[in-house]
Design a protein around this ligand. Sequence first.
Ligand SMILES: C[S@@+](CC[C@H](N)C(=O)[O-])C[C@H]1O[C@@H](n2cnc3c(N)ncnc32)[C@H](O)[C@@H]1O
Length: 243
Amino acid sequence: MARYDRIGVGYARGRRTDPRWLAPVLDALGDAGTVVDVGSGTGSYEPPSRHVVAVEPSAEMIRQRPAAAAPVVRAVAEALPFAAGTFDAALAVLTVHHWGDWRRGLAELCRVARRQVVLAYDTRLHNDFWLVREYVPEVASLELRRPSAPEIAAELGASSVTVLPVPWDFTDGVFPAYWRRPEAYLDPAVRRSCSALAQTAPAAVDRGIARLRADLESGRWQAEHADLLGLPEWDAGFRLIVA
Ligand SMILES: C[S@@+](CC[C@H](N)C(=O)[O-])C[C@H]1O[C@@H](n2cnc3c(N)ncnc32)[C@H](O)[C@@H]1O
């Protein structure tokens, strides 16, 4: 059973395409006419009006793809079922950290396409997020086992790495999406659509969320984080890597 058959239930509800990330992804794809979207999930950042083939191992994620989404092949990044050079570009959005052998997966992106566009994050910066630092520090050890954006960029020999800040009202519920809307993390449905929380021991998450609830009620969180409340966007470590 693919991991996302379990933790991906309800994904399409909490993880909606944000145009402020779609635009740089489309730019990064350049003039690519054929694109393979590896670890596609529901296809949040698949480019419209290009020939796209999606690759996804989880039946639950495939089930949530919109009816008009690109055709999907059930496979893993580490063994792409395509001949060398089949595509102009390979796209991998917020998926490399889930791959069993991420170096082999990246090598496969390079084999099947001449351009690689990878959206990943710097795990050290993710660990600096207040929810990890102050409430659920147990997330940090999981993050440090995952490949970080600088390692991915180095492995690909990237030609560019662009910071993708998280706007305060971001619509794609990635783990730090609610950095300025802390009440959101009290909702179990929000927590379920973040793999960092879904893969951390439930007792540790419950403990941290109970403390967050108390700090929000007492006004302590607001006092400690007054500096965040006026910011329009924040760098949580997301990087768009092009090779
Ligand atoms: C956080 S979701 C991202 C989905 C989508 N790219 C998006 O941006 O919404 C991670 C996806 O990677 C997939 N995945 C996990 N292991 C994989 C592997 N070895 N090869 C390809 N995809 C994988 C999961 O099933 C899941 O759909």
